[in-house]
Every structure is written in structure tokens, then in C-alpha cells.
Design a protein around this ligand. Structure first.
Ligand SMILES: NC(=O)c1ccc[n+]([C@@H]2O[C@H](COP(=O)([O-])OP(=O)(O)OC[C@H]3O[C@@H](n4cnc5c(N)ncnc54)[C@H](O)[C@@H]3O)[C@@H](O)[C@H]2O)c1
Length: 440
């Protein structure tokens, strides 16, 4: 049984730790957030992630998974120390490495001889070297001669499908200076029977940024095509179908909408552009990808203005707040940006999300919150579908329309058929589907 310490018990750390426990390892999940650890110790999950609660309970009961705030308790026995702390955007778009540095320097105080430090956080190219140096510098004087390895193991899981993604990864990427260190980490993944790519650390770090930047580019690409479709009278959904049938293109990530958000794409695309610029490249594609994404939020406001005239004094319902379905994560969620834009134009916001209400109340103190989609639209001048939760796909459009003061529906995720929405009496504004609807 391997002993694993996971530093940072957030979306990545909790899933990683729990899944490694489920694979038969002994795992301690460590976090500096005492409230989070106290909740986990009481058996409560601090995040919403389908399937995770049962998995945590099973592994805690089996004695393979524990939670602590103490490095001194968690690290000395660990063969592997995973770092899964945040790497948020700094003021220039750079990845802020402060949490990684803090984690590495504290780990160094308790590390056992032969331990491997595994970077799971998404980190700038060259971070594995830095972590190595930080640990070297912070080793206590009496243990200066211990041996340790640093491996870059970027994480590709998707919130909302994180457990399945961990258990059935498309690939595991391991970057190390010494191949032996990467192979030691590969042993942990052996039972998953997935492709394992071993590279140098910088390449592994770049695989993560390049993957996220490519997916964001695909979304921004289809959003640009959607804008052109809207002007020229084509239907972007069918365009995406037609494109997606081409095996060289693929249908995934070709859904036009309000653009990408979340804890990864925005900061990772910005960080890659920043690294590129700082190293003398001119990242014009990445910059445009970011710009197109920003425009998608503004387009909602334009559609609402077109339908309502001024937004001042109007009430708009936002259906869905999480940055995508099946998560409660609100980081860089389009809903928050749209809510702020609406409020800055003098509109009031009524909002509802199936799971993200707790965080949303903190993020949007001036919004009103509803108990379900029908409650959210009651008496409003317009509704915007922001997140394509399944429960919004089966709404009774006639009832929805009847509850609203004015019949304006912006379908930011193209979940309804225009004919059905119009038949229900809506002035319906999808994204990129057959031109702009005339204002009545
Ligand atoms: N969320 C995702 O879907 C996802 C996917 C792939 C990669 N990543 C990357 O993984 C990293 C973590 O992301 P996340 O979404 O899990 O973050 P998160 O904010 O959900 O969790 C990070 C946790 O680390 C803790 N922490 C901070 N400093 C610490 C320290 N010094 N010691 C111990 N704990 C500390 C925080 O309290 C927090 O609980 C980021 O680099 C992110 O880019 C995230």
C-alpha cells in the first residue's frame, strides 16, 4: 500500500486523493482551510461533484482516506506528495505561483527520504525546476542529504465528470528529469490501463496549457462562426453538426454559446499568452481567442437591448449560474459577468441555479434568488438561459412565457428549437441561429 499526501483539497485534490484511495492507497488530504477540513472530517463535501460523496464515504470507512490541516502529520510517511493548490491569474495574466511556493517550502520541512513530489496544479513552464530548488533550499539542515524527485503530472479532469475522468483518463502525462521518478508515479496509475506519456517536465507542463488553449480556441472559433451565421442567416448548430462529422475536426467543443469560463480556461489561456509574450513570441491567436470570449457576454446585453430598449429598470432572470452544468463552480462563470453588466445598465437580476446558489449569494449580493426556473422568471422582462443544466431543457415553455411580464428569451446555450420557443409566444434569441429576430 503506497502512502500519498495530497496538498490542496479542492476540486482536483479531493478527487485525486479520493480516487487514489479507491485504488487501494493510503491517502491523507491536506489543506490549510480549517473549515474545509472540518467539514470533510464530519463527512460533508465542500464541493458538488457527482459521485464523489459516496466515494469519499467508502474510502473514509475503509480507513484509506483521512483529512488534516497538519503538514507534520501528513507528510513524513508519504511516498508521494501531490501538489494541487490554486494557480490563479496575477494582474498581468501570469499564473500566480504563490500557493505552489508555499506548499513546496512547507513540504520540504517534513519530506521523507526518497519521496516524490508530484505537481498536479497547472503551472507555468519551468515550475518543476523551481519546485525542486524551493525544496532543496527549505530542507532542514539535518536532512540536507535526502533524495527526492519532482514530477510534473498535469491534471485534465473536467468538473462535473471528474471521478470518471480520473478513473478512465484519455492519457496520463508525466514529466521528470529522471525517468525513474516518472516511472514511480506511473505505478500509481498502472491499474487504470491508460496511455502514459513520459516527457521532460517542461513538455508535460506545456501539454496542459496547449490542451486547454486548443479547447478554448475551438469554442471561440465556433462562436465567431455563430456571429457570422447570425448575420448571414445560417444555423450554427447545423454548421457544427456538418463540421463535426469530419473526423479531422470532431464535434466536441463546437457548441456556440456564451463562451468558456470556469477555473481553468480563462486563467490558463491568459497564462500561456503571458508566457508567450514574455518569451518574445507574439500570441495573437490566443489574444483573439480571449477577446472573442469576452464579446460573447456582451452580445447577450446587445440582444436584450434590442428586445427591451433600455435595460434601466428592467428585471432579467438568469437561468443557471455555474460556469457549466453538473458543478457548483462559479469561478469566471459567464453568469456573474452578465449579471454585473446588467446591473451596471440599471437592470435588476433574479437568478436560479440547481446547485450553485450558496456561492452565488456571496458573488451577487445585489441579485434576488429564486427557488426554481419558474419562480425565477415570474414577473421578469426577459430571461437568459446561461447554463445548460438538464432541468432547463425540459421546461414548459408555455408556462414560462405565461409567468413573465414580457416574452423575451435569450437562449445562451441554444437548448431550444427556435420554432418551439416562438410557438410558445417568445421573442426568442438563440446564438448564431438564422439571423436577428425583429423587435416587436
Ligand atoms: N478545477 C479543475 O477542473 C481543474 C482541472 C485541471 C487542473 N486544475 C488545476 O489544479 C489546481 C487546483 O485547482 P482546484 O480547482 O482544485 O483549486 P481549488 O481552489 O478548488 O482548491 C485548492 C485548495 O488548495 C488549498 N491550499 C492553498 N494553499 C495551500 C497550501 N499552501 N497548503 C495546503 N493547501 C493549500 C486551498 O485552501 C484550496 O482548498 C489549479 O492549478 C488548477 O488550474 C484544475
Amino acid at each position: 500500500m503506497k502512502q500519498i499526501c495530497v496538498v490542496g483539497t479542492g476540486y482536483v485534490g479531493l478527487v485525486t486523493g479520493t480516487c487514489f484511495a479507491d485504488l487501494g492507497n493510503k491517502v491523507v488530504c491536506l489543506d490549510i482551510d480549517e473549515g474545509k477540513i472540518a467539514r470533510l472530517q464530519r463527512g460533508e463535501l465542500p464541493i458538488y461533484e457527482p459521485g464523489l460523496e459516496e466515494l469519499v464515504a467508502r474510502n473514509v470507512a475503509a480507513g484509506r482516506l483521512t483529512f488534516t490541516t497538519s503538514y507534520a502529520d501528513a507528510v513524513p510517511d508519504a511516498d508521494y506528495c501531490f501538489i494541487a493548490v490554486p494557480t490563479p491569474s496575477g494582474p498581468e495574466g501570469e499564473a500566480d505561483l504563490g500557493y505552489v511556493r508555499a506548499a513546496a517550502s512547507t513540504l520540504a520541512l517534513y519530506l521523507k527520504d526518497g519521496a516524490v513530489i508530484v505537481n498536479k496544479s497547472t503551472v507555468p513552464i519551468g515550475t518543476a525546476d523551481r519546485v525542486d530548488q524551493i525544496i532543496e533550499r527549505h530542507l532542514p539542515a539535518e536532512r540536507r542529504d535526502i533524495r527526492f524527485g519532482v514530477v510534473s503530472n498535469p491534471e485534465f479532469l473536467r468538473e462535473g465528470a471528474a471521478v470518471a475522468d480520473f478513473m478512465k483518463p484519455d492519457r496520463v502525462v508525466l514529466g521528470a528529469v529522471r525517468r525513474q521518478d516518472a516511472e514511480t508515479v506511473a505505478e500509481l496509475y498502472a491499474s487504470l490501463k491508460c496511455p502514459i506519456l513520459i516527457t521532460d517536465p517542461r513538455t508535460a507542463e506545456m501539454v496542459k496549457y496547449a490542451s486547454n488553449a486548443f479547447l478554448a480556441t475551438k469554442i471561440s472559433f465556433i462562436n465567431e462562426v455563430a456571429s457570422i451565421c447570425e448575420r448571414l442567416g445560417a444555423d450554427v448548430r447545423l454548421v457544427a453538426e456538418g463540421m463535426g462529422k469530419d473526423a479531422r475536426i470532431g464535434r466536441a467543443f463546437l457548441d456556440a454559446g456564451l463562451g468558456w469560463g470556469g477555473s481553468c480556461f480563462p486563467k490558463d489561456v491568459k497564462a500561456l499568452a503571458h508566457m508567450a509574450a514574455m518569451s518574445g513570441c507574439h500570441p495573437q491567436l490566443l489574444r483573439t481567442v480571449i477577446e472573442i470570449n469576452k464579446d460573447q457576454r456582451i452580445k447577450v446585453i446587445q440582444k436584450l437591448r434590442e428586445a427591451l430598449g433600455t435595460l434601466d429598470g428592467q428585471t432579467v432572470a438568469l437561468l443557471g449560474l455555474a460556469f457549466k452544468p453538473n458543478t457548483d463552480d462559479l469561478r469566471e462563470a459567464p453568469a456573474l459577468e452578465i449579471a454585473h453588466l446588467l446591473q451596471s445598465e440599471g437592470a435588476s437580476v433574479r437568478a436560479y441555479d440547481p446547485v450553485a446558489m450558496e456561492g452565488a449569494r456571496r458573488a451577487l449580493p445585489d441579485a434576488e434568488f429564486a427557488t426554481d426556473a419558474y419562480d425565477a422568471v415570474t414577473g421578469v422582462d426577459a430571461a437568459v438561459i446561461v447554463t445548460d443544466w438538464n432541468e432547463f431543457k425540459q421546461l414548459d415553455l408555455g408556462r414560462l412565457r405565461g409567468l413573465m411580464a414580457r416574452p423575451v428569451l435569450v437562449d445562451g446555450r441554444n437548448i431550444y428549437e427556435p420554432a418551439a420557443a416562438r410557438a410558445a409566444g417568445f421573442l426568442y434569441f438563440p446564438i448564431g441561429r438564422g439571423g436577428v429576430e425583429p423587435v416587436k
